[in-house]
Design a protein around this ligand. Sequence first.
Ligand SMILES: *Cc1c(COP(=O)(O)O)cnc(C)c1O
Length: 490
Amino acid sequence: MKYRNSDTEEETLDPQDWDHYKALAHEMMEDVFDLIQNVSHQPVWIRPSDDVKEHFRADVPLEEREINLIYQDVKQRILPYRKGNIHPMFFSWVEGSGTISGVLADMLASAMNSNLGIGDHGAIYVEHQVIGWLKQLLGYPSSSSGTILGGGTIANITAMLVARNSYKNGVIRRRGIKSIGEELIVYCSAETHNCIFKGVETLGIGSDNIRKIPVTEAYQIDLELLQRQINSDVQQRHVPFLIIGNAGTVNTGAIDPLLELSILSKEYGAWFHVDGAIAALAKLLPEFSSQFRGIESADSIAFDLHKWLHVNYEAGCLLVKDADLHRSAFIQQSSYLFAHERGLAAGPESFSNFGLDLSRGFKSLKIWMAFQENGIEKYVRLMRQNIKQAAYLATLVSENESLELLTPVTLNIVCYRFYRTGSPDNELNRINKEIVMRMHEQGAAAPSYTILNGKYSIRVCITNHRTRRENILSLVDLTVKIGNQVISEL
Ligand SMILES: *Cc1c(COP(=O)(O)O)cnc(C)c1O
């Protein structure tokens, strides 16, 4: 077969007309600034239409398409259908609201397209500095180790992996979990996040070996029941292997008694891990210092930066007190990865010695830029602002006859429900679920929900730097208004 002339012409993914792309980039930037600056005038959430969903069923494109046309699709069919967490009336689950600077940082990191797996290049030093800052903020020694990860889930699971691979000098790492001939037991409160259970199952420890200890009225782990459970496991020759403390539970924001858990862990030789996905950094608030006592004595801490610190998704962190244990949980010898004395393959130890992934993006740039732009003191003030807004909401709820507060409010999470005397729980559950769905559909507010002691509750988590007190007031009015509407339709 004869080669056509064009077959010998080499291709690239770079544009032929750079100016055309530059103009489009300016247009995108204008749009993005408009979007974020005016987001409060938009609905929190818009249901993706059937037409939109249909669009995403098209076959894989084989031919090229003009980038401007693609961007028109993005503008019409993707950008309007946001999850809503950049909006001041978004209160669902635990989600950060992001920043415009985060958008810019992502662009810069993406332009460098550095892979932090290995090598001697700038991004590695930025990441080390960020990890160093986080150690300092949480009271961890500089000799500890850490890694920036995609979120709390993977940070928690990685921590548990370090604990497992450290057990008895790494015997499980070499010979597998069955070789130890004993049951490793994991203790945590019944309010613990499901990623811990995923982790225990992934690590081969088995969910039967999780002891979900009941909580007190404050939704903290019940220490007496924990002690009793440990005693009973020890009597049966099981190993108290891992104790998990929550620094902010997902349902109610409760902080477990971390110091007591740390003392218990030492007594039994168990690994003490803190899931601080939501609130580890609330330790920086002086008014919370007593509640966070002991957090720095944890063997490992996992926490998110994309939640309460508003770093644009994704950004989480794991810190491990003993860097040698952290390293020896993962290190491998590979001829294609060993470090050289000089050149690109020199540089600090590869992050792949401290976790599962090799290729990794430059997540730390957006953290590094944000910390300097805002200063830690601003984050402290913003967390306090949300905590005050939560307390304000709790007060408004308590003072309103049509509403009922369902849990004590310690942090930034409020669980409440629309209430009517004489209505049984199952009816109130239906009414409150309907209220939540209507708030979402109207694009007016986006709280989430949880079930507490069989009661469906409207759950408001305020990890939002855009929320104002007036938003809290309108949430309360909205709940009562929709609640009354639902009742009138019964
Ligand atoms: C969000 C959360 C997690 C999981 O973190 P991701 O960043 O979503 O993976 C774990 N624990 C708690 C308490 C959380 O709130």
